[in-house]
Design a protein around this ligand. Structure first.
Ligand code: IMP
Ligand code: MG
Length: 177
């Protein structure tokens, strides 16, 4: 694919200004309470590392979970957990850091999975959401940086078959590509 196959949607400068605001919201919400920030691999990795640099809370633990539900540009409808966390989240606030909420299946799956470990609270903090695609009742607290149209996007951690995660802006893949 070439540059002409993609249309810019959100530039990195705008994304980073918004991430700073999200960090402030999270610091205000939790203060110095115990918070576990769990990165949902692989898509959230860039958002997560930027966000954590701005969090001022000293009582933060980090961990990673890996799930997969997409094949090419469509959701398979089935969420698979490839890697679970190893820290103890009992009685601590849990913040799941995601790249995007699309159908909502992954978010719902993770919420149900982590609820069993009895965290004090669960928040899904996602860089993006496609509100028109939501197909489940999420029934969890969410904090979303940008709502976007129902288009397949790449960059800033998001991939198409594992490529383009390193691109600094968020780009729309032109239809019929
Ligand atoms: P959901 O389970 O349908 O909400 O999808 C969540 C996962 O699908 C996200 O965490 C992404 O990894 C992936 N995904 C959804 N939409 C896109 C997209 O437009 N581009 C790249 N990945 C996407
Ligand atoms: Mg993801």
């Amino acid at each position: 694919m070439t540059d002409s196959d993609f249309v810019p949607l959100i530039k990195s400068g705008k994304i980073e200004r918004k991430i700073k605001q999200i960090a402030k919201v999270l610091d205000k919400k939790y203060g110095q309470e115990d918070v576990c920030f769990v990165c949902v691999l692989k898509g959230a990795v860039i958002f997560y590392s930027k966000l954590l640099k701005y969090i001022k809370n000293k009582n933060v633990e980090l961990d990673f979970v890996e799930v997969k539900s997409y094949c090419g540009t469509t959701s398979t409808g089935e969420v698979k957990m490839l890697k679970d966390i190893s820290i103890d989240i009992k009685n601590k606030h849990l913040v799941l850091v995601e790249d995007i909420i699309d159908t909502g299946l992954t978010a719902k799956f993770m919420c149900e999975h982590f609820k069993k470990q009895k965290p004090k609270s669960i928040l899904m903090c996602s860089l993006l959401q496609k509100p028109d695609k939501l197909s489940v009742d999420l029934n969890m607290e969410t904090l979303v940086a940008f709502n976007i149209p129902n288009k397949f996007i790449i960059g800033y951690g998001l991939d198409l078959d594992e490529k383009y995660r390193n691109l600094k802006d968020i780009l729309i893949l032109k239809e019929n590509k």
